[in-house]
Design a protein around this ligand. Structure first.
Ligand code: FCB
Length: 437
């Protein structure tokens, strides 16, 4: 059980659970088009055990029971993502009626259960047909994405409580085009520079399209880390500064101040798209809220190998099953920093949680949530206007390059039988939220 009371968060505070389409849906035969994760995961060496999201948690069929789990825990909201290739199989043009029907059922299912839909338009499953045209490296994606956003606004906008354009643009751009860890798996500076700008430009054009088509309560979800230096040496502090700029300030600065950090512009050099400055007003369209996903800190030191600008080191703190240090103070620091330095719009913690070894008894996860919820309360005391908190994740699911090996769920999933079993952490939320909806 958690040690605090729901009242400490105030009556308006939103508690929710989060998932993403490719990680849970399965259901690939309703006319859904291929996505970059289908081919990336089918390529040997990219994903642990060669796991793919083909079946995942079969949420496509089992969603009623999954929504019951959300309601029964007492959550107010469900953060889910629409699958672009399920709705528009080629990325542009013809719409898949079965995809529209599926999300109609899902959104109505939330409303019937008194669960507020918090939607994400893009959680990484880019239609392959668009990757064939360069995907996020192609400036035209700003138009493709805006058209998709308009479709969502028209079909679902009046039923959505809140809508985010992009989940974690750092992952979409840098992790996937510079570090090569996620689809499409590029390791190329020019590819990264283009994706880093186009993902935020497309966010802005999507905000315009959503607003023009009547959608309300619009935001973006950034993954932020608490950047720290391994030592106080000037070299390590400089490494931390560049790490922080690449991970945090590029996205915060772009979206909230129409400004990219100079240290990153220097790093990207001639590879930035020409005339990007003209797009910055679109990149920084006013938002109604900001989502922050937080898991851990980043610890930096000066690179020991020539060519690499910086290195990350593993710190001494206790680690989750995926190797990430547990650092609740980082969440307080980030929320307060964003509030003091960037924006006064409402903040939501849109993801937070930990990977733990398989099992229904997960006391370390209960403690992780306890400490991070406490970190949110502390940030609020220090003036950050945090309005909600979403646990990642409702279910054990397809953890991208880690496949099914890493489990983040409040609910255990047996992938052979698709049986769901709530864990102790689920019951801890139930204890906190029960009877309060
Ligand atoms: C975030 C992703 C989410 C999940 C968690 C563990 O970066 O948004 O899909 O993989 O990490």
């Amino acid at each position: 059980m958690f040690s605090f009371d729901r009242q400490q968060f105030g009556p308006q505070f939103t508690f929710g659970a989060a998932t993403a389409a490719y990680q849970i849906e399965g259901g690939q035969k309703d006319g859904r088009g291929p996505s970059i994760w289908d081919s990336f995961s089918a390529t040997p060496g990219n994903v642990r055990n060669g796991d793919t999201g083909r079946d995942a948690c079969n949420h496509y069929e089992l969603w009623p029971a999954d929504l019951d789990l959300i309601r029964d825990a007492g959550f107010d909201a469900y953060r889910f993502s629409f699958s672009w290739p399920r709705l528009i199989p080629e990325g542009t043009g013809a719409v898949n009626p079965a995809g529209l029907d599926y999300y109609d059922r899902l959104v109505d299912g939330m409303l019937e259960r008194g669960i507020k839909p918090f939607a994400t338009l893009y959680h990484w499953d880019l239609p392959s047909a668009l990757q064939d045209k360069g995907g996020w490296m192609n400036r035209d994606i700003a138009g493709w994405f805006a058209d998709y956003a308009a479709l969502i606004a028209n079909k679902f906008g009046d039923r959505l409580e809140a809508t985010a354009t992009i989940n974690e643009p750092w992952c979409v751009a840098f992790l996937s085009h510079y570090l090569g860890v996620h689809a499409p798996g590029y390791r190329d500076l020019r590819a990264a520079a283009r994706a880093m700008h186009h993902v935020l430009f497309a966010h802005g054009t999507a905000i315009d399209a959503l607003r023009a088509n009547g959608a309300k309560n619009l935001g973006i979800v950034l993954n932020l880390e608490k950047s720290e230096a391994a030592t106080d040496s000037p070299e390590d502090l400089a490494a931390m500064d560049l790490g922080d700029a690449l991970f945090n300030r590029w996205y915060l600065g772009g979206v909230l101040k129409a400004q990219y950090p100079q240290v990153v512009l220097d790093f990207l050099g001639e590879h930035m798209p020409k005339g990007y400055e003209q797009d910055m007003a679109t990149v920084s369209r006013p938002l109604d809220w900001l989502g922050i996903n937080y898991y851990t800190r980043g610890l930096y030191k000066a690179a020991s190998k020539p060519g690499a600008p910086i290195e990350q080191v593993t710190g001494p703190l206790e680690k989750t099953d995926i190797g990430w240090e547990i650092y609740p103070k980082g969440l307080t620091d980030l929320l307060v920093r964003v509030s003091n330095d960037y924006t006064k719009i409402p903040l939501y913690v849109t993801e937070n949680g930990m990977a733990e070894v398989e099992g229904d008894d997960d006391p370390r996860r209960v403690k992780y949530y306890e400490d991070h919820l406490q970190a949110v309360l502390t940030a609020r005391e220090q003036g950050a206007d945090v309005r909600g908190y979403f646990a990642w994740s409702l279910l054990d699911n397809y953890e991208w390059a880690e496949g099914y090996n890493k489990r983040f769920g409040l609910v255990h999933v047996d992938y052979k039988t698709q049986v769901r079993t709530p864990k102790a952490s689920y019951r801890a939320f139930q204890g906190l939220l029960h009877n309060s909806r």
